[in-house]
Design a protein around this ligand. Structure first.
Ligand code: G6P
Length: 358
């Protein structure tokens, strides 16, 4: 097993460090920088170009990638919504002839997600699986499949597959627009693996974890593309540290959760890109006024650092891709909190890598 971990203490840490490679594999032979084109094959191109609306179904970490994807597709003018798969099954939303249902599932075996996809198929809706596992049930049963090519993920808490899912749906978005992306965006895609490496090399996530390991709870806020990252940051913290953690859309904090904020509940504010970032800085000020420590995860486009006790920096990139970098910082913070608490990081209590019951 030690060899499997390549010298890392845990599979999770190994997989966090594998992200640059996973992202390169995901891009390989799909993105042509010279022509500025993205090619995922004719089947996927047909499916996504014919879709008048998109419904995404997923669970856990994959649901956060689905939330991100829905926002990305909406930004291209395509009505899109993410559903927790078990809720989709309980209360299927209306669809029309040109709806595409996208199942986002690392394993391709999650029962809730399979059930949602089967429900869509029974109603005659086209389905696309975005998955990591070749030949998985989702891959076999859906009308189309897009592999994220992350390589095996052993740690129960998903890390590299989330980053690759976010990258993969960016390629889907490019294909929606007839496959041509701006040269700037294609360069940003190409540079992303190297930027993830920089975050891994230069992070101060361990110090942040050491400082706040004894906190009562952790809150995570973000707006727009940073909102799914806030949700994912909280989920990762819960899964592996067993500490109370919650993610909120930044604007929602004041509508209730703010009552929970104290000097012993650090608030991680994910602030990247430009859209709405100033408003998130306003929310950070509300938190600061309640004496809660603030950890800003930021690309430096705002002055959020002025109000933060700690800063986790990420390099500047296209606003659509910055969330991947911010999320890597939060993966590392959770990992180090859990490690200091002596948790069973690769196999947290009560959790399974793939849940095959509804
Ligand atoms: C389980 C795992 C989570 C994972 C979720 C969805 O609950 O513990 O880490 O995100 O399943 O898995 P999937 O394979 O469908 O992405």
């Amino acid at each position: 097993e030690e060899t499997g971990k390549s010298g890392y203490d845990h599979y999770m840490l190994k997989e966090i460090h594998e992200q640059p490679r996973a992202l390169r594999q995901c891009l390989q032979e799909r993105v042509d920088e010279l022509s500025g084109t993205v090619d995922l094959g004719d089947d996927i191109a047909d499916a996504v170009q014919n879709a008048e609306s998109i419904q995404l179904v997923a669970c856990g970490t994959s649901y956060h990638a689905a939330l991100y994807a829905a926002e990305l597709f909406r930004s291209q003018g395509v009505p899109a919504q993410a559903f927790v798969a078990s809720e989709y099954v309980t209360s299927p939303p209306p669809h029309d002839d040109d709806t595409l249902v996208v199942g986002v599932t690392q394993s391709g075996e999650t029962a809730d997600t399979l059930s949602a996809l089967r429900d869509a198929q029974r109603r005659g809706v086209d389905t696309l699986a975005v998955t990591n596992v070749v030949g998985s049930t989702a891959a076999r049963e859906c009308d189309g499949v897009l592999y994220i090519r992350s390589g095996p993920e052993i740690g129960v808490a998903a890390t590299k597959t989330f980053s690759a899912q976010v990258l993969a749906v960016n390629m889907v978005a490019a294909v929606m627009g007839n496959g041509s992306a701006s040269h700037e965006f294609v360069s940003a895609l190409r540079d992303l693996p190297g930027q993830v490496q920089t975050v891994l090399d230069e992070t101060n996530a361990r110090e942040v974890a050491e400082r706040f390991v004894d906190s009562d709870a952790y809150f995570f806020i973000g707006r727009g593309y940073d909102y799914p990252v806030a949700m994912e940051g909280a989920l990762k913290m819960k899964e592996i540290s067993y500490k109370h953690a919650e993610g909120f859309p930044a604007g929602e904090l004041k509508h209730g959760p703010l009552a929970l904020v104290t000097a012993n509940t650090p608030v991680f504010a994910v602030v990247t890109g430009e859209t709405g970032s100033e408003k998130t800085v306003g929310n950070v000020k509300e938190v600061e006024a309640r004496d809660a420590p603030v950890v800003a995860v930021t690309d430096g486009r705002t002055d959020v650092e002025r109000y933060a006790d700690e800063v986790l920096e990420v390099p500047e990139t296209d606003p659509r891709l910055a969330p991947v970098l911010a999320n890597v910082q939060l993966q590392l913070v959770s990992y180090h909190v859990a490690k200091q608490l002596g948790r069973n990081i690769d196999k947290p209590r009560n959790l399974a890598k793939s849940v095959t019951v509804e």
